[in-house]
Ligand binder design. Structure first.
Ligand code: NAP
Length: 277
């Protein structure tokens, strides 16, 4: 019987560690401040911004909560970001996506100063990430790699299979696993014989967005499975992996909810400590 990884305790430990780092920074006279910009009234973004705020306060970070009207123009938003870029008292800038349709996400995300882009969303940040030159790591892949590291694995030479090739999850987690010297295969909707590829995986990361898509027929004995998916099924948040079906075959697995998502915002805010370092 596999073990469901205790991501809540891991998240608690990372939170404590982050709080201590922030206390040290504060005792040196720096008051860490992050700006979070929401344009419009997307319900998911409102919820996410509120949870960012709650966590930031808990960690001892000043939270500059900016809520802008839906009608805000691209020029107005660019001006606001420019003023935050040049404000020495703002250490990080986060933009809630999606933006209203009349605003170019490309232009906005690329206008954030690289040194304050804690979410690692600009092209420059991503480019530097893939060259190993960026100290910020995008938060979802960072959460996945922290979970795997907590298992004290020897990654070297392990077969790691990632399903999904998005810019926010699939590709960057592939890069982080490569850095660990795993042998990485990234799959997608056009992959032939997905099952056969997955059955090779010592580490299987699933980020598709299709509830309970992966059952035990995809799993190698004793594989470690990280379920990134968060879809709604019958009103419940559900992962991409059918946990009950695979639990006897895996060595470790994350649950949904209570898995990858429990660490992401803490790790995002922890990036602020790197800004001042
Ligand atoms: P995405 O941009 O929609 O990408 C999904 C990927 O899955 C694509 O690469 C797609 O292939 C692939 N895919 C779809 N159906 C497939 C199939 N039948 N077989 C193989 N591959 C298939 O999604 P995302 O943004 O990466 O997110 C993935 C999931 O993770 C979603 O449920 C999202 O809500 C969740 N998520 C969770 C967190 C968290 O903190 N827990 C954070 C981010 C995302 P193609 O490229 O060929 O289309």
């Amino acid at each position: 019987m596999g073990v469901i990884i205790d991501c809540k305790t891991l998240a608690k430990n990372i939170k404590e560690d982050t709080k201590n780092q922030i206390k040290n920074i504060t005792s040196n006279g720096i008051s860490l401040t992050v700006a979070s910009i929401l344009v419009g009234e997307d319900n998911g973004s409102i919820y996410y911004q509120n949870s960012q705020e709650k966590l930031a306060r808990e960690l001892g970070i000043n939270f500059n909560k900016m809520i802008l009207k839906e009608e805000t123009t691209e020029e107005q938003l660019l001006e606001i970001i420019e003023s935050l870029n040049s404000d020495d008292n703002t250490h990080g800038i986060m933009i809630l996506l999606p933006l209203p349709k009349h605003i170019s996400e490309e232009k906005i995300t690329n206008s954030i100063d690289f040194n304050k882009d804690i979410d690692c969303i600009s092209d420059l940040s991503m480019g530097k990430f893939y060259k190993g030159q960026n100290s910020f790591i995008p938060c979802t892949p960072n959460s996945i790699i922290n979970i795997l590291e907590s298992l004290n694995l020897d990654f070297e030479g392990k077969e790691a299979v990632v399903i999904g090739r998005s810019n926010i999850v699939g590709k960057p987690i592939g890069e982080l696993l490569l850095r660990k010297n795993a042998t990485v295969t990234i799959c997608h909707s056009k992959t032939k014989d997905l099952k056969a590829v997955c059955k090779r995986a010592d580490i299987l990361v699933v980020a598709i967005g299709k509830p309970k898509f992966i059952d035990k027929s995809y799993i190698k004995d004793n594989a470690i499975v990280i379920d990134v998916g968060t879809s709604s099924l019958n009103g419940k948040i559900t992962g991409d992996v059918d946990l009950e079906d695979v639990i006897d075959k895996v060595s470790f697995i994350t649950s949904v909810p209570g898995g990858v998502g429990t660490l992401t915002t803490t790790l995002l805010l922890r990036n602020l400590c790197k800004v001042v370092k």
